[in-house]
Ligand binder design. Structure first.
Ligand code: OGA
Ligand code: NI
Length: 354
C-alpha cells in the first residue's frame, strides 16, 4: 500500500486525530469486588458502588472495572486464538466472510459514517443461532436465522470464543443490574429486556497504519446497543470525547480490566440521564492492536423508549419508541456498503420540545 492509505480510509479534516495523547484525569476505575459472594450482603459497600456507577455514567458514560469475575485464563485463550486467526492468509479468513444476508464472521472493510475503518473484524453471537429481522433484499422474508461461521483454524478458536462469551455475558448482566439500581429502579428491572438478547462479540484487529494522522481504526461513533464490555490489549488507541470540553481523551490500558460504556439504548431508557458517549480508535504506524468488545443488545422485537418510572410532566419523554431489530438492521446494512446519506441515529427518534 506504500506510504499513503487508500482514499476510502481518509477522514474529513475535522475528524482526523491529533497524535498527541491526552490521558490526564481519565475515566473512572471501579472495583467490583463488593459483588463477590463474601461481601455481597454489605449494604453500605453496595450503595457506595452504586454511587460510583451513577457518577461514572453521568459524567463520562465510560468507566473501567477490575475484580469483575471474568476468568483471566479464558481471556488469554480467546486473545491467543484471535491473534492466530487474524494472522492467517486472507484467503483462509475469506472462507468465513460475512455477506449481505448473514452479518456474522470475518470482515475487513467496515465503514463508520461512510468512511472506511483501518481494521479487520470477526463477529459471533453467544448462542449459535438467533432470529433477527432479515437483512436481505427480499421484502417477503421478514425474519431470518443468524448462525455463527466458525473457521477451521486455529482449531481451538470456537471453544475459546464460546467459553469466554459465557463469562462476559454474566458480567454484562451484573452491570445492567447495577445501572438499574443507579437509576433508582429495582435491581432486575432491565433484565427482562435481555431475554432472547441479540448480544454479539467482535474480535477487532487494527494493523499498523502508514498514515495514522489521516485514518482511524474506528471513526467517531456511539454504540447503538445497551451496553458495551470491552477488553483491550496494552497498545492503547481508544479515545473518548470528554463531555465537559469535547476533548478526545485516551483510555489507558489496564491489564485484565474491562472498559464499559453505555450505549444509545440506555440513553433512551434513562431519558438522557445517562448519555451514550462518542468514541473512536486511533491507530499507529508501529504496533498492531487487538480488542474484544461484547455488545449487549436486547431482543430484536423489543420496542425501545424512555422508562415510565423516569418520565413525568416535568421530565417528558425525549424519544419516540423504536424497534431495536429494525434499528440494528439499518445500521448493519449501512456498515456493509457506503451510503450516500447519513446513517440511522437515535437522534432521528428525538422528540423536539416546544
Ligand atoms: C467498537 C469500538 C473500540 C476498540 O468496535 O464499537 O468502539 O477499542 N471499539 O476497539
Ligand atoms: Ni464503539
Amino acid at each position: 500500500m506504500g506510504f499513503e492509505v487508500d482514499t476510502a480510509f481518509i477522514q474529513p479534516i475535522e475528524h482526523r486525530p491529533k497524535l498527541t495523547i491526552l490521558e490526564a484525569g481519565g475515566i473512572p476505575l471501579i472495583d467490583l469486588s463488593v459483588l463477590n459472594s463474601q461481601n455481597s450482603d454489605d449494604p453500605e459497600a453496595l450503595s457506595g458502588l452504586i454511587a460510583e456507577i451513577e457518577a461514572a455514567c453521568t459524567e463520562w458514560g465510560f468507566f473501567q472495572v477490575i475484580n469483575h469475575g471474568v476468568s483471566s485464563e479464558l481471556r488469554r485463550r480467546i486473545e491467543t486464538a484471535q491473534k492466530k486467526f487474524f494472522h492467517l492468509a486472507l484467503e483462509e479468513k475469506h472462507k468465513v466472510r460475512r455477506d449481505m444476508v448473514n452479518p456474522l464472521g470475518y470482515y475487513d472493510s467496515e465503514n463508520t459514517k461512510n468512511v472506511r475503518d483501518w481494521k479487520e473484524v470477526f463477529d459471533f453471537i453467544i448462542q449459535d443461532e438467533k432470529v433477527i429481522p432479515s437483512l436481505g433484499e427480499d421484502k417477503n422474508q421478514e425474519l431470518q436465522v443468524l448462525s455463527n461461521r466458525w473457521p477451521n483454524y486455529p482449531p481451538e478458536f470456537r471453544q475459546a470464543c464460546s467459553e469466554y462469551s459465557q463469562d462476559v455475558e454474566k458480567l454484562a448482566f451484573k452491570l445492567v443490574e447495577l445501572i438499574s439500581l443507579s437509576l433508582g429502579l429495582p435491581e432486575k428491572r432491565l433484565n427482562g429486556f435481555f431475554k432472547d438478547n441479540t448480544g454479539f462479540i467482535r474480535l477487532n484487529h487494527y494493523p499498523p497504519c502508514p498514515s495514522p494522522h489521516l485514518a482511524l481504526g474506528v471513526g467517531h461513533h456511539k454504540d447503538s446497543g445497551a451496553l458495551t464490555v470491552l477488553a483491550q490489549d496494552d497498545v492503547g488507541g481508544l479515545e473518548v470525547k470528554r463531555k465537559t470540553d469535547g476533548e478526545w481523551v485516551r483510555v489507558k490500558p489496564i491489564p485484565d480490566a474491562y472498559i464499559i460504556n453505555v450505549g444509545d439504548i440506555i440513553q433512551v431508557w434513562s431519558n438522557e440521564k445517562y448519555e451514550s458517549p462518542e468514541h473512536r480508535v486511533v491507530v499507529n504506524s508501529e504496533r498492531e492492536r487487538f480488542s474484544i468488545p461484547f455488545f449487549f443488545n436486547p431482543a430484536h422485537y423489543l420496542m425501545v423508549k424512555p422508562l415510565e418510572e423516569l418520565v413525568d410532566e416535568q421530565n417528558p419523554p425525549k424519544y419516540k419508541e423504536y424497534n431495536w431489530g429494525e434499528f440494528f438492521k439499518s445500521r448493519k446494512n449501512s456498515n456493509f456498503k457506503k451510503l450516500g446519506v447519513e446513517n440511522l441515529q437515535i437522534s432521528h427518534f428525538q422528540i423536539t420540545q416546544q
